[in-house]
Design a protein around this ligand. Structure first.
Ligand code: PGA
Length: 257
């Protein structure tokens, strides 16, 4: 069974025009294994710039653009929000949803995340659905319960078959931006749990859904993480702000599984 590998850059509230240009220049010279997709997710104001830059460097067919959030409604009086339609107008193909920073700082619930996933799918955007447990939850051996509780509302909202068009990113909260990475074996065990959880509903879909690892991935640890059977690439925060390091991580993605 072949699965897509994806390496996505999550710039968070960092980066700007200079990084857009630098990233395009580096990506223009990268060598990737077959069936690796690279997605760059800048802040909203730089989506159009990234799109123009990809076109200018003739990268638009090779690399994809992602947003870091989308509103769950079509349009209307939602000051400060951005709709799926608006993202599509900027050539966005992916959207990060349910990131732990949105869940914890902006109090997004799993139900709201599920609505956003639905809205993204209905508008032809591929959700990168983030799930992950806190350190306390892992210590209390609640990891699987927490991940299941984050996945279930999405399954209830869009159905298991929709996972053919969803990318999951497993990001243990305690590993995000901390320099602490889950060991490859620990990450693999959790990824396997996620795949088994999906397989209980649809074994075929479970084999197809890419499950990315995120949390302090860097140029040094990426190879060992990506070598795990159920890790299909990564969602990269801090290390994606350095174009050189990010391209090394992209090149380490193994392609097909
Ligand atoms: P990090 O962030 O790579 O800086 O840990 C990952 C993420 O939050 O997506």
């Amino acid at each position: 069974m072949k699965r897509q590998s994806i390496v996505a850059a999550n710039w968070k509230m960092n980066g700007g025009f200079a990084l857009v240009e630098e990233m395009s220049e580096r990506l223009a010279h990268i060598s990737l294994q077959e069936s690796v997709n690279v997605v760059v997710c800048p802040s909203f104001p730089f989506l159009s710039a990234l799109s123009h830059s990809f076109i200018q460097h003739e990268l638009a067919d090779t690399f994809a653009i992602g947003a870091q959030n989308v509103n769950e409604f079509d349009s209307g009086a939602y000051t400060g929000e951005v709709s799926a339609d608006m993202l599509k107008a900027c050539n966005v193909q992916y959207v990060i949803l349910g990131h732990s920073e949105r869940r914890s700082i902006y109090k997004e619930t799993s139900t709201q995340v599920a609505h956003k996933v639905k809205q993204a799918l209905e508008n032809g955007l591929t959700p990168i659905l983030c799930i992950g447990e806190s350190e306390a939850e892992r210590m209390a051996e609640q990891t699987e319960t927490v991940l299941a509780a984050q996945l279930q509302p999405v399954i209830d909202e869009v159905g298991i078959s929709a996972f053919a068009n969803i990318v999951i990113a497993y990001e243990p909260v305690w590993a995000i931006g901390t320099g602490k990475t889950a060991s490859p074996a620990m990450a693999q065990e959790t990824h396997q749990f996620i795949r088994t959880f999906l397989a209980e509903l649809d074994a075929n879909i479970a084999q197809k859904t890419p499950v990315l690892y995120g949390g302090s991935v860097n140029a040094k640890n990426c190879e060992e993480l990506f070598a795990q059977a159920d890790i299909d690439g990564g969602l990269i925060g801090g290390a994606s702000l350095k174009a050189d390091e990010f391209t090394v991580i992209c090149s380490a993605a193994k392609g097909t599984n």
